[in-house]
Each structure stands twice: as C-alpha cells, then as structure tokens.
Design a protein around this ligand. Sequence first.
Ligand code: GDP
Length: 400
Amino acid sequence: MPDENAPLARCLTAPRLSSSHKPSTFQTASPSISSPRGFRSSVATEALKNGIVGLPNVGKSTMFNAICENGKAQAANFPFCTIEPNVGMVAVPDSRLDKLVEMSESLKAVPTSVEFYDIAGLVKGASKGEGLGNQFLANIRECDSIVQVVRCFEDPDVVHVAGKVDPVDDTDVINFELILSDVAQIEKRMEKLKKGRAPKPEEKKQNEMEAAALQRILDGLESGIPARAIELNEDEEPLVKVLCLLTKKPMIYAANVSEEDLAGQGKDNVHVQALMKKAEAEGSDVVVISAQVEAELNELEAAEAEEYLRDLGVQEGGLKSLIRATYKQLGLLTYFTTGVQESRAWTVKAGSTAPQAAGVIHSDFEKGFIRAETVAFDDFVELGGFNGAKDAGKLRLGGY
Ligand code: GDP
C-alpha cells in the first residue's frame, strides 16, 4: 500500500538450489511454471523495525496495543509501566493483495510485515541514568526508524510528566536525550580511533576519513542538529553506519489527538499545528493519529471499523498512515508476486535493481538472475492478468 504503482514481477532465474535445476520462472501467473524447489522454506526477509518512543503517559502503549493484534503491552496511567520492550509483528494492510488473491485464485495471501517495539523509559536525563536510564538506547539502536508519540490530547485525568501538554517541549526533551546518547557514542569511538593500536597503512586513511566525518556530525549534534541532517558521502556513510546513531534514523512524529481532532487532521488543535511546524523545519513527517480510536477500531469487525472511520470523517486507520510515512522516510516500496500457490507482497528499497528485488525473495535469485517480467498493478488488473498484459504489450522485460 505505501507506493501507488507497485509492480508485479516474475523473475527468470537460474537458481543454484540444486544442480539439476533448469532456469525457472519464479512466481507464476501460469501455474504450469514451477517455483524453484526449497523456495518456501528458505525465504529470508527482515521485517522493518519501528521503535515507538515518547515521554511517559503520551499514549505509546495504548497505540502499541491497538496496532499490534497480540497487544502485549500494558496501558496504564502510570509512568514506566512498560518495563521491557514489547514487540509486535503487524501485517501491512494492502487491499491490492486481496485483489491479486481473487484474480489468481491464490491458495494463500502473504502480506509484508512490520515490527513495532514499544520502548519505555525515555525521560529527561535518561541518557544520564534517570528513569530507566540507558536501557532504552540499545532497543532503539536496533530499530530502522523511530515513531515518537507526542501527546496532543487534553485530559485532566491523565497525568503529564511536565504538568502541561506541550508537544514541542516534549519532543525537545526526547530529541535532546537521543543527541546526548549519540554524542557519547561518537566520543567513545573517536577516543578509540585516537588511542587504539597503531593502524596499518591501509587503515590509516580510512580512520582519518571516519574521524573527520564523526567530527562533522559531532559539531552538528552540539548545535542540536540530528545526524540524519548531516550530509555524508558514499565512502563515509558505511563507516558511520556501524555506530547505529539514534539521530541518524528517520523520525516520524505520531501526534496523538482526541477523536474530535482526527477528521480535521488536527487543523484546529494548536498543539498539532506547533508540532507540524517543528517537523517541517526538520524534514520529519507528522502522522495524526488517535490511540484511543485505534484501540476502539481493534474491537470492531472490518465492516464496522470502516463505518466508524467513515462516521468520523477519516479516510484510513492510523496504522496505514503510520506505515505509509515509515515507507516514505525509509525510501521503501512494495512489489507483488502472484500465482495459484500464493500472492505475496515484498518490501524493497526504492531504486533497487531487478536482481536486488529478486534477492529479497531468495539470495539465490539475485545470484542466478537472468531477467524479470514486470507489470504495473493497474495494468494487471485492467487487462485480467499476465497474459492479457503481455498481449497488450504492457509486460516489461528487464535484466537490469
Ligand atoms: P505510555 O506511558 O506513553 O505508554 O501511555 P499509555 O498508553 O499507557 O497511556 C497513558 C494513559 O493515557 C492511559 O490511561 C490511556 O488510557 C490514556 N490515553 C492514551 N491515549 C489517549 C488518547 O488519545 N486520549 C485520551 N483521553 N487518553 C489517552
């Protein structure tokens, strides 16, 4: 769902799964062409990891519970009620997959999935050991992107740690802790580069390049600029990547609003407006969401949920908007494969080559890649499948 023109693909490959394999087409509109043996058991796709952070009592656990069907987190009006990170795997909702299942009469549908981590313990001074201290940092480091839940709802019954609702202040507190943590991480690394064993001649240049890049990031952080806003060249990027800096990860602000503010996307809510202004200046995205509404949606059947959203004047549930924003920030897109056995959604980096995209399905597909046949989803639907698309000249063939 996050990209609009997701292609469908079938890849002609010479997989090295068995010595007797002839080149075969993965993923079939035509059931007579078989998938490589061993494919199903060796699919290796890493789910995208989203860390949910925010001050206590802003609605993180409520949102986590709502978006993760297994809902392990405990929502309560009490700071630090979520002591351990809770992890939930969520199928990415995508109506196009349902359409493909219908057209191909697929035996099963496999959506792509996203993991959410409910990360507790971020408070003022956390990087110096306040609250749950540094425990949260390792959890955030493992995530691909950060969803920062920001309280934009007023409710006298729900305590605010700072005594007042002020999303800009709240995000300053969180972002400052992330910056402090990165500063400590970089300083430690720079110390090691300076004091470590004498580098071999070929390492020396590399180390100097890394130190210079880190110094630029450090200068930025000290002026409140996150690492993601500091430009690095393609040689520097991998050197810095290993540090897993927190402020290098894309940040999405989830403005948690009341039910009344949802339809207007918070246009009448001064807190949301202030947050949007701040996010725009940073190049971050804001998703307006109501944790409470999401929780209520979970209780309903699909048709009732749709009706509820319609009554509220809302186009789509918060989970969809959140995943859309995450895909955009991480530069990801979806492509599909479809056949009688299954219809399936896959996640790839935008700009991936066809062999790289095939490699998401199986690394052998990338190694043995010959060519891919792709068709735009809309053409596939309009022309009744691969054969119709081929007859209309809409099937694209590429060995790129
Ligand atoms: P966390 O500490 O950030 O994980 O916050 P929780 O999800 O535990 O929520 C703290 C309290 O705020 C709970 O009593 C929730 O019911 C309440 N809460 C969460 N989201 C909303 C919301 O959108 N509106 C209102 N009025 N209360 C909410």
